[in-house]
Design a protein around this ligand. Sequence first.
Ligand SMILES: C[S@@+](CC[C@H](N)C(=O)[O-])C[C@H]1O[C@@H](n2cnc3c(N)ncnc32)[C@H](O)[C@@H]1O
Length: 290
Amino acid sequence: MTALWRLEALGPMDALKAANDRLDAMDEPPALAWSLFEQGEPARGRLDVLFAAQPKIDAFLADIGLDRDAVDVSFGPLPEEDWVRLSLQGLAPVEAGRFVVHGAHDADKVPAEKTGILIEAGPAFGTGHHGTTKGCLIAVDRLAAKDFAPHSVLDLGCGTGALAIAAAKLWPEAVIAASDIDSEAVLETRSNAEKNGVAGHLDVFEADGFESPKLEHARFDLILANILAGPLERLARQLAERLKPGGRAILSGLLDEQAERVATAYAKAGLKVAGRESFDGWTTLVLAEG
Ligand SMILES: C[S@@+](CC[C@H](N)C(=O)[O-])C[C@H]1O[C@@H](n2cnc3c(N)ncnc32)[C@H](O)[C@@H]1O
């Protein structure tokens, strides 16, 4: 058993991003693992850092260029756990509509009538435990139940690839593109697609929004975008332009109270709300041409 120490810093996204970049650039980082999350508006973030032994916090913050006055820092030991056992065990399977997202050790727990999506817990987002991934999977399942059968699908912000893999399993004839701004997520989606036997159906590539030659002129029957309210609002016009007539967009990453604002931005781009889900305070919107 190893005691781990955890530091959580909340504050402006640009300051935390610079700290995260410094950690990434270190040859011998003092931390065991770290991840950066964007939260709410305006762009605020959370940097989560794990240490194998108790660090000197002020020295660590100075090393990564974080000013204590600019961020809220909380720090303390994590409860003692058998981390090796936990990591081997992975995350508990999650059911979402006809899908069960599970780790390698739980493949036998997927009921015969369900569709398993094998995702190993890793650095990218999307194990199915989050209300946004769950909302998207359920929205995808509902579309399929209504005989919606897209020929082309885009998973923008694919993370682990859970949504693209779900689409590939539901619609094996469809051509599926999966993109992410984060190169690690691209690698994870490729690896997960391989493990799920759908690698041949997916074109996975790095892109910030629609900034890619692969997305410039492409049009899709279904666009899945589980990113955040701010980027989704900014991408409204471009996303609407890339939807084929009769197509659907599934948007998530919106706190419930942000949903109307995002719906209004998409209404201006010609898409209306055709369905919605909400889990754990996160809304998923299904949009169609208005
Ligand atoms: C909330 S996760 C969603 C992952 C997965 N699609 C799911 O539903 O579980 C958001 C993902 O979007 C990516 N992302 C954020 N902004 C992006 C952008 N402007 N363009 C492409 N990907 C972006 C992040 O790197 C992250 O992997």
